[in-house]
Design a protein around this ligand. Structure first.
Ligand SMILES: Cc1ncc(COP(=O)(O)O)c(C=O)c1O
Length: 478
């Protein structure tokens, strides 16, 4: 949204900590469908990203900014809370809101529609990071990793990288998926990507024309929305409930629908079998393609496995998997599983876009799989994550939902307590995410999205204890 064209415009002169004057351009446009909280947050974030606001500079109080913009104070507080949670702001108790010093550890951000959430940066090591999306990367077996790289280093490099991926890895993955996810696919159905994002983009580039309608779970994975939108698609939000995507009465005219049936992101539901069957019946009837994001399916707790949707209807489903949760996003390896005709079209797109996955990385991952090292790592991590998830449920029990799988839970809360709890947690060094930014339209699910992947067990306990205390306090207030 271009703030210059908007109806209300405020230029604030604020004295900063360093006694400098800051012009802060923020505006709201009530004719824009984007929620006001998102409008304010996006502009402040852009100002910090572009250097218009610098580390240490003080933002206006929520009351004064709300007054100037003519919005309720809650709008500004919520926008600030979100920026706190993402690490852009720093609160010094009682003394105001400051731009955090993020330049040392925040990677340069691409343009807002390029698909990377601003919260994807390493947090200050002193903070307890309970945001979702990050795995525990310190526990992998370094000896196994080195062994895999030594073996990969002995293999010859190719002048003609295989567009479908390294044959050894495709074979090992097909075997892994058959055992772990009941996926009836051979190596000929597997194309190795650099991760889910890469897979989504290849699919979009292959299949979508500008204006095609793509259903995306609401709330749902923001990167998926951005990737589809960047290829010209019209995003159609499709609501979820506690079990995941609501499959009855899906909107008409969808070319594709993106879903996370193993563990809905971010609400955590696991799509029951009857719904899976109805979703496939709908896909058969409409010709729409179901895009199954299987991002954290390796992790489930005290519940029977639910096989991948792909197994129920391989002709209508594309399965996307990734090592980003099971090993690390740093590896940059994922997979796209599809029927052969579609896979061939995706491979052609790859050629046109000069897109590929690093060969040596693929070969190292193939060795990890082949020697059973990845399976061993997953078994260890399942136990580790189960302990952390237990700690989250013990602290936030009455509110937790979607805790039977994955690396995060939803703590569904009354809307009014969320900003206070997030800000209080941030002041005490605990980062939590809210459901707000996962919505395309107006928020319909309220609460915290609590990730337990990247914090150690004792920090998960401590962080959730702090959140619980804040929550009890906020709920007691009249
Ligand atoms: C819903 C969802 N899908 C996929 C991913 C992983 O994406 P990638 O493989 O591109 O790292 C994430 C990471 O946070 C996610 O939350």
């Amino acid at each position: 949204m271009a703030w210059r064209n908007t109806s209300t415009f405020a230029v604030l002169r604020e004295t900063t900590l360093r006694e400098q004057q800051v012009d802060l351009p923020v505006a709201v446009d009530r004719s824009d469908a984007t929620p006001l909280v998102v409008q304010v947050g996006d502009q402040l974030r852009a100002a910090m990203r572009d250097g218009a606001l610098r580390a240490g500079e003080r933002l206006p109080s929520s009351r004064s900014l709300a007054g100037l913009l003519g919005v309720s104070r809650t709008v500004v507080t919520e926008a600030y809370q979100q920026l706190y949670a993402e690490g852009w702001l720093d609160g010094r108790h009682g003394s105001g809101t400051y731009v955090a010093d993020v330049h040392g550890d925040r990677p340069a951000e691409p343009a807002p529609d390029a698909g990377v959430a601003p919260s994807f940066h390493a947090p200050d090591p002193g903070l307890i990071d309970l945001r979702p999306g990050r795995p525990w990367v310190s526990a992998y077996d370094t000896a196994a990793w080195r062994r895999a790289w030594r073996a990969a280093g002995d293999l010859p490099m190719s002048a003609w990288p295989d567009l479908y991926g390294d044959p050894m890895l495709r074979e090992a993955l097909a075997d892994h998926l058959r055992r772990a996810r009941a996926v009836p696919a051979g190596p000929g159905n597997v194309l190795i990507t650099r991760g889910t994002g890469n897979g989504l983009d290849l699919l979009a580039a292959t299949l979508l024309k500008p204006g095609d309608r793509v259903g995306v779970e609401e709330p749902g994975y923001r990167s998926a929305r951005r990737i589809f939108a960047s290829r010209g698609a019209e995003i159609v939000p499709c609501p979820v409930d506690g079990d995941g995507l609501i499959v009855d009465d899906l909107p008409a005219g969808l070319r594709m629908i993106y879903t996370t049936p193993a563990h809905q992101f971010p609400t955590g539901g696991r799509l029951p079998i009857p719904r899976r069957e109805r979703l496939l019946a709908w896909a058969r009837a409409t010709g729409a393609l179901v895009v199954e994001d299987d991002y954290d399916a390796e992790f489930r707790y005290d519940v029977a496995p639910l096989p991948a949707l792909y197994g129920l209807g391989p002709e209508h489903v594309v399965l996307l998997g990734t090592l980003s949760k099971s090993l690390s996003p740093d590896v940059g390896v994922g997979w796209l599983v599809a029927g052969r005709p579609l896979l061939d079209r995706v491979a052609r797109t790859r050629k046109e876009l000069a897109d590929r996955t690093s060969g040596p990385v693929q070969r190292a991952v193939a060795v990890l799989l082949d020697r059973g090292d990845l399976d061993r790592h997953l078994r260890r991590m399942r136990l580790e994550y189960a302990r952390r998830r237990e700690a989250v449920v013990a602290a936030l029990g009455p509110w937790t939902k979607g805790d039977t799988a994955g690396l995060h839970v939803l703590a569904e809360l009354p809307e009014h307590v969320v900003p206070e709890v997030v800000a209080g947690a941030r002041e005490r060094g605990v980062l939590v995410d809210t459901t707000i930014r996962h919505h395309h339209g107006p928020p319909r699910v309220h609460g915290l999205v609590v990730g337990y992947g990247s914090a150690a067990l004792h920090d998960v306990r401590r962080g959730c204890g702090i959140v619980r205390t804040l929550l009890d306090h906020a709920l007691q207030e009249p």
